[in-house]
Design a binder for this molecule. Structure first.
Ligand code: SAH
Length: 482
């Protein structure tokens, strides 16, 4: 290890930055965030820094650098574009035993600035001893993605209660207690901004721990459920919150639409339970399947576990998430819903089909393509021009959907597309019109999961360029009014 990572307390400490340009400003901003007392030595300042000086946020010495400028400084930074000046700053600092950083010059520096992930009061610093700043930033981005934006709130929540816990618990009981708080329900409540519930559960947990010194396995009443949208399939389309909660969950209940690549993002030791229904056609399998899922959710949560219910797309779009939260509410089990990218959005992006378009489609409707529910649909409304309709769970019933649209007045030339396995390996897009799409789909053996998209935008392909759109007259479509 070439550098010792430490965190310097610089509140009100005299610090000197030599240089008044953009590079200097970045360091000055950092120092100000730490509450340092900043003196800037530079014949001239850039505009922003002039304003800092005018506002009294920094002290400006409009002079050429002199070694005595560093007298009494806690740290010094050389940030000029002149090697000779930076060298002089470095020498003056070393002569005074003041830690010095010369920006982008490890030779002249005795300390370096790490890449920072700031969730104050939690701060993560990443460095590569000046070898590979690009790699350092990449590492920082990976960590950024994993740490909830509200981590600081959790650190403060804990900080404010440490004294109370010290008084209440024996030293040996404290660490397991805090581990349960951080990794358990209380921690996730604070992270999602619900400090009021967190406080209640915190007090209960503390009392329970006081009563049973051996409560290390946790209070069995404290499980919770995360209803997580896994997105259309590509694991990189998981949300940050989905990833964070998947890293916490003890058990993961997933269905057929969740591909292995997404499951790999779960905690390594999490128990994985497949609860797929008999068919990808959907969340419409026999009733008992759904009831079994409800039972499992309740049973695991009652065991005090953190349960991730991972669903394809978004849990509230044809995902029966509503029924699951009703059951959880009835049993007094707390839950979090994490939205996911629904298949239609994934498919539009992956197939290069914009779902709305200023000229071609002013609305987007997500519709179940399951025939059991189609009497409830207003087919005349769905057959009108200038809109995009996306049918979920519809591939097995394409002929039926097309004939209902046609009967309601949609022209045979209306563009349509089938998008199979959107965002997954082997994705296919098939284009056509109402007249031929069902047959083309059959010929190409389009299988679930696939979406059926109807509307003028289906003739668009962003990659091929907008010019590739068939002329509207040829498609038998009226010009849209602006
Ligand atoms: N909650 C999910 C939808 C579940 S219903 C969501 O928001 O996306 C299941 C239907 O979703 C499938 O029959 C199919 O029509 C569609 N679907 C899900 N993932 C898909 C994918 N990767 N490509 C195409 N269609 C998909």
């Amino acid at each position: 290890m070439e550098h010792l990572p430490i965190f310097l307390r610089l509140r009100s400490a005299p610090t000197v930055v030599v240089g008044g340009g953009r590079v200097a400003q970045r360091k000055i901003d950092l120092l100000l965030r730490c509450g340092a007392d900043v003196t800037v030595v530079a014949p001239e300042l850039r505009e922003d820094l002039t304003q800092y000086a005018a506002a009294g946020r920094i002290r400006h010495l409009a002079e050429a650098f002199q070694p005595h400028h560093l007298d009494g400084a806690r740290i010094a930074i050389g940030a000029t574009d002149r090697k000779a000046v930076n060298t002089a700053v470095s020498e003056a600092a070393r002569a005074r035993a003041i830690p010095i950083n010369v920006v982008d010059d490890p030779e002249l520096s005795t300390f370096i600035f790490p890449a920072i992930i700031d969730r104050s009061p939690v701060v993560v610093a990443v460095g590569s001893a000046g070898n590979a700043p690009v790699l350092t930033r990449w590492v920082r981005e990976q960590i950024e993605a994993l740490l909830p934006a509200t981590l600081g709130a959790l650190a403060r929540f804990i900080g404010e209660r440490r004294k109370a816990v010290q008084l209440a618990l024996m030293p040996s009981a404290r660490r397991p207690f805090w581990e349960r708080i951080v990794g358990g329900k209380v921690g996730s409540q604070v992270l999602r901004g619900d400090e009021r519930s967190a406080q209640g559960d915190f007090e209960r947990e503390l009392r329970a721990t006081q009563l049973t010194a051996s409560a290390a396995t946790g209070d069995a009443g404290l499980g919770e459920v995360y209803l997580i949208g896994a997105g259309p399939g590509d694991p990189d389309l998981l949300t940050l919150r989905a990833l964070q909660l998947l890293q916490q969950a003890d058990v993961v209940l997933y269905d057929r639409l969740v591909p292995p690549a997404v499951l790999e993002r779960c905690r390594r030791d999490a128990q994985r339970v497949f609860v797929g229904k008999g068919t990808t056609q959907g969340a419409r399998g026999p009733h008992t399947d759904q009831e079994q899922i409800h039972e499992l959710l309740v049973r695991f949560a009652r065991q005090g576990l953190r349960v991730a219910r991972l669903k394809g797309g978004d849990p509230f779009v044809f995902g029966r998430g509503g029924e699951e939260i009703e059951v959880l509410t009835r049993h007094g089990i707390s839950y979090v819903v994490v939205p996911g990218i629904t298949a239609a959005l994934g498919a539009g992006a992956a197939a290069g089909i914009p779902l709305t378009h200023r000229k071609l489609a002013q609305s987007l409707t997500l519709v179940t393509g399951h025939p059991l529910e189609d009497d409830a649909l207003d087919w005349h409304a769905l057959a009108r021009p200038h809109q995009t309709i996306v049918f979920y769970m519809g591939v097995a019933h394409l002929g039926h959907i097309v004939s209902r649209l046609r009967a309601a007045g949609a022209p045979p030339t209306l563009p349509a597309a089938l998008i199979e396995r959107a965002t997954l390996p082997g994705q296919r897009t098939l284009r056509g019109t109402l007249e031929n799409i069902a047959e083309r789909g059959r010929e190409a053996h389009i299988c679930p999961p696939a979406l059926f998209l109807v509307g003028e935008v289906a003739a668009l392909n962003i990659e091929a360029g907008i010019e590739a759109i068939a002329p509207r007259e040829a498609a038998g479509l009226p010009e849209p009014s602006e």
